[in-house]
Design a protein around this ligand. Sequence first.
Ligand code: SAM
Ligand code: SF4
Length: 330
Amino acid sequence: MTDSKPQIVDNFGRPHTYLRISLTDRCNLRCFYCMPEEGIELMEKSNIMTIEEIIDLATTFRDLGVDTIRLTGGEPLVRKNFGFLIEELAKLGVTLKLTTNGIVLDKYLDLFQKIGLKKINISLDTLDKAKSIFITKRDYFQRILQNLETALEMDMEVKLNIVLIKGVNDNEINDFIELTRYKNLTIKFIEFMPFKGNKWDWDKGVSKNEILDTISNGFGIIEELKNPKHSTSSNFKVLNHVGSFAIVSTITSPFCDDCNRIRVTADGKMKNCLFANSETDLLTPLRNRDAMDDLIINAIKTKKHSRDGMDVKMEAEHYEQNRSMISIGG
Ligand code: SAM
Ligand code: SF4
């Protein structure tokens, strides 16, 4: 862990110590809530950060006080030379985390064990193969399940990410919770969020309160767990279950007060918030070998308090100007 003091502090006094880097906008799935039906216009390869540029940028952020880096995408594990990248990032002394759809996770688990990467979020929205094909438009369900089991056997700290959508997978809430009875994993339910072209409609969303009601009706007593600092979820467990569950309630109960997150897209744009429409180009100065520190420190000063200013409700004229989730990196 680095000892450098956080220097990326916004106008609300929030130190930003957690960086999410999207490695690519490419993906081997086509989840309908993540990208428009017609697909996205892919980034020009020449505009995507090289592996060396990602390492340089991560080092700059580390020196400004970032102590945690999560790799995401698109699908981060389809990025060429991912193994080399993660080994280099492990040398920075930060906590590394990964969000993946799990399809090719088996290729990297030994390496993760070697470098000490333990925290892995795997996206799996359903326990039903046919439904998985409907959601992702691809057939990788068995492979993801197998890789999830292997990761658990190797004592990885696994969270399962589930975007709940009414009429699609809301009837599986308690099937997921059942997994926590004997398995040491966290089930993380995520409220459906709006991004460009994903046909968001909160009538299709499932709220934190609805999720809690469903679980307490099914299992009885739910214990509320202490939320770690900067947690973006409320955390719980069913009494006597081994695993736990969490709810990311971005829509019905945002958790922005304590936000410490910065995002960088695969084409090197810094986003202060998942919902931020304005971006700061870091790739051009990086390629020009210009000094970066002041640029980053000043960029965070434009951060709004919550949801990029959509404090009260999500506004289509705002979020339709954003990128699709697949090219932000959730
Ligand atoms: N491909 C990787 C994966 O699926 O885990 C990493 C990238 S994906 C964009 C990161 C996370 O964003 C996933 O857990 C996904 O479920 C979530 N996500 C995508 N679109 C979303 C939406 N509209 N609302 C809420 N979460 C979403
Ligand atoms: Fe790909 Fe992840 Fe988006 Fe699904 S959620 S399309 S796996 S980036």
